[in-house]
Design a protein around this ligand. Structure first.
Ligand code: HEC
Ligand code: HEC
Length: 315
């Protein structure tokens, strides 16, 4: 089993630029700032991860200067947007980020203030970018990361032979050298064992925008496949929701749907404010694969795996 380990890469900006829709932007003088983060697989809180000083400073600055509007971990509030969505789906890249920090902007949702005169933001804006990029890449869960100590151990995970992550690491030796490893006592299997909930094992290259670029275990693959056949027609591709059934990432992350609730809903269905979720008790494929579906949805909800078709394990 491999751990999910991610390293920020200067290269990542290239892929994001292609999506850019939000203008104007500043032309950055250097490459986008990178983060170095290592989390045990399935970590649900940043407290279980190790981060470099830079990413830590970014988290701290974010908490002081941005969180009151953009919510904990960049997840948005009623009056300011989810920044992971802006990074991943609205093409906010480093240049756009710098522009917004400098000039602010007024959009459809409201006013993002200029932070040009805020010394803490000016000093730490690159760090904030690195932190938000780590969040947007699904490399670090919400929560307070531990303060880095001054002896960063060697990166793990890439060494476990997971193809894409290993490639990413060797492409960025600086980031890799500075990268902390998961804490020695952070056992990846624990994530799987929590409350008996099925775990996933997923490794994606940093900034991956399609699951086709990732490596997944058989359980997660079976979950994706079952979801596609049995759930997608209502819950949308990648569980992102449709007009008549909810985004399940939001239900898992924000409405407290955990493994026990998931099993309850699979068995009995439920009628809520959006509509009727049918019972799956008599659906043989779902019964056989419900743990796999949960593992897949959890990987999606944890931001570990983008939308799309993952490759068949071993192919
Ligand atoms: C007073 C509330 C407030 C604070 C504080 C705030 N923001 Fe915003 N921010 C907004 C709002 C509102 C928007 C959305 C504007 C829109 O799209 O209508 C926004 C949008 C953004 C965007 C998206 C830009 C785009 O092109 O889509 C980024 C990036 C951003 N903020 C980063 C930050 C960061 C980083 C901080 C802290 C250093 C911060 N914001 C602090 C309210 C705030
Ligand atoms: C016929 C459409 C339909 C299909 C098929 C369907 N769902 Fe749903 N599901 C819904 C609707 C509608 C809701 C929202 C009910 C509400 O909150 O009003 C829902 C809600 C849920 C919830 C949230 C429960 C909660 O407590 O908030 C989960 C989890 C879920 N579905 C999982 C699945 C899975 C997994 C599958 C496939 C095995 C699936 N659904 C197939 C329509 C569907």
């Amino acid at each position: 089993m491999f751990k999910q380990t991610s390293f920020g890469l200067a290269l990542a900006g290239i892929a994001v630029t292609a999506l850019a829709v939000h203008e104007p932007r500043l032309e950055p003088e250097g490459a986008p700032p990178v983060y170095a983060v290592a989390c045990p697989e399935g970590a649900a809180d940043a407290g279980a991860c190790e981060v470099d000083q830079f990413t830590y400073d970014g988290w701290k600055t974010y908490k002081i200067e941005c969180q009151q509007c953009h919510g904990g971990g960049g997840m948005g509030s009623t009056f300011a947007p989810n920044l992971m969505t802006r990074f991943n789906e609205s093409g906010v890249d480093y240049g756009r980020f710098l522009y917004v920090m400098e000039h602010g902007y007024q959009g459809q949702m409201g006013v993002m203030p200029s932070l040009a005169k805020n010394p803490r933001v000016q000093k730490n804006k690159d760090a904030v970018y690195a932190y938000l990029k780590a969040r947007a890449d699904g490399a670090i869960p919400n929560g307070r990361p531990p303060k880095p100590d001054d002896t960063p151990p060697q990166p793990q995970g890439a060494a476990d032979g997971a193809g894409p992550a290993a490639a990413a690491t060797s492409a960025a030796p600086e980031a890799a050298a500075a990268a902390p490893a998961p804490a020695a006592d952070a056992a990846p299997d624990d994530a799987a064992g929590k409350d008996g909930a099925p775990g996933y094992a997923v490794t994606c290259p940093e900034g991956a925008v399609d699951a086709g670029a990732c490596t997944v275990d058989q359980l997660t693959y079976d979950g994706w496949r079952t979801f596609k056949i049995e759930c997608q027609q209502c819950h949308g591709g990648g569980a992102l929701g449709s007009t008549f059934a909810p985004n399940l990432l939001v239900r898992l992350n924000e409405s407290g749907v955990d493994y026990a609730r998931f099993l309850e809903v699979m068995e009995n269905g439920f009628q809520g404010q959006v509509g009727v979720m049918p019972s799956m008790a008599k659906n043989a494929r779902v019964q056989k694969n419900k743990d796999a579906v949960y593992a897949y949805l959890k990987a999606r909800a944890d931001g570990v795996m983008p939308n799309g078709r993952p490759p068949k394990p071993g192919s």
